[in-house]
Design a protein around this ligand. Structure first.
Ligand code: FAD
Length: 295
């Protein structure tokens, strides 16, 4: 048997095809259920008034649901324009044979494993003592050793201070004085809710201390009949959670039964080649109108 191999342009083309297939399936499902899809950015002009930025049409609605998500927050070091995020990683024209990834959370670890698995020389930089802060310390130590066995270089207790583009690659200057040259530099150091520039103030919608839209247990914002779900509320930022919050909103607003999603028993997984996830429950609080789902 020949050793397995892969071709980056083929991988990217297959990924694009799969996303297009999924999008078409979701669009067909929505339209089949009678949903009108308008492809435009939109701003709020009041609690019940939305202005479409493509074409300028106005829409008035009794209920408004905001689900604008979040975006990578890369910081502002010199040379930040040369740094990519997870948004760009699968749009690169060429496979990066050498990549430096800054971050210690699940996105940084996941991408370090993907690139290392495809044969790249990977350096992971994290400012704290060890990767995956918040997870069990024993698991963190064990995973670090296992990742290092696969060839991932993990440098903790330091940060990337500046990035310079050179003819031979990107030169990252680290806070400890060391410099590392790679083909690409990727940051996965946090995400911020998309709350700016679409009229939250005009609609009287307040923000929470975590930077997301403030909501109550039913995802209701400070404006009547305006709800917010998913990453824009910066609660538990996972796809199944956003879906469940949306389902609870639909039941509350249109199903005539107040329904809230209880995320206290949500579990997570880390795709690290040596996959792991916490399993202990923090105490079931599910009631008759409460979803208790595993994420
Ligand atoms: C690298 C990475 C890996 C992840 N892996 C997992 C995983 O394995 N499992 C998991 O459960 N979760 C994972 N997540 C988290 C998951 O992607 C999010 O929790 C989920 O997508 C949140 O859904 P959302 O609808 O709130 O936001 P999004 O999916 O971000 O959607 C928001 C949408 O709103 C649009 N939008 C923004 N502003 C406007 C505007 N003014 N007008 C119109 N449209 C606008 C955006 O373009 C976007 O299409 C991952 C996230 C990242 C970044």
């Amino acid at each position: 048997m020949p050793p397995p191999s892969f071709d980056w342009p083929t991988l990217i083309a297959n990924k694009d095809r799969e996303i297009a297939r999924l999008e078409a399936a979701y669009v067909a499902g929505l339209e089949g259920a009678g949903v009108k899809i308008v492809r435009s950015r939109a701003v709020l002009e009041g609690a019940h008034d939305v202005r479409l930025l493509d074409g300028g049409a106005a829409i008035r609605a009794r209920h408004v649901l905001i689900a604008t998500g979040a975006r990578p927050a890369n910081g502002s070091i010199p040379g930040i324009e040369h740094v990519i995020s997870s948004n760009e990683a699968f749009h690169l024209p060429e496979f990066p044979s050498r990549i430096l990834i800054q971050g210690g959370g699940y996105i940084a670890v996941e991408f370090a494993c993907i690139f290392a698995g495809l044969g790249a020389d990977v350096t992971l930089i994290y400012r704290g003592e060890n990767i995956l802060r918040g997870f069990d310390d024993e698991v963190r130590s064990h995973l670090r050793v296992e990742l290092e066995k696969t060839g991932i270089r993990i440098l903790t207790g330091r940060t990337v201070a500046a990035v310079e583009k050179r003819a031979t690659g990107m030169r990252s200057q680290l806070s400890d004085g060391r410099a590392i040259e790679t083909d690409r530099v990727m940051f996965a150091i946090g995400r911020r809710p998309n709350v700016a520039s679409f009229g939250l103030e005009a609609a009287g919608i307040k923000l929470a201390e975590n930077g997301g839209i403030a909501v109550d247990g039913y995802s209701l914002t400070s404006a009547p009949n305006v709800y917010a779900i998913g990453d824009v509320t910066n609660r538990v930022n996972l796809t199944p959670v956003a879906i469940r919050e949306g389902h609870a909103f639909a039941d509350s607003a249109f199903g005539k039964k107040a329904c809230r999603f209880d995320s206290s028993n949500c579990r997570t997984g880390v795709f690290s080649g040596r996959e792991f996830g916490p399993v202990a429950l923090r105490g079931l609080k599910a009631g008759p109108n409460t979803f208790a789902a595993a994420a």
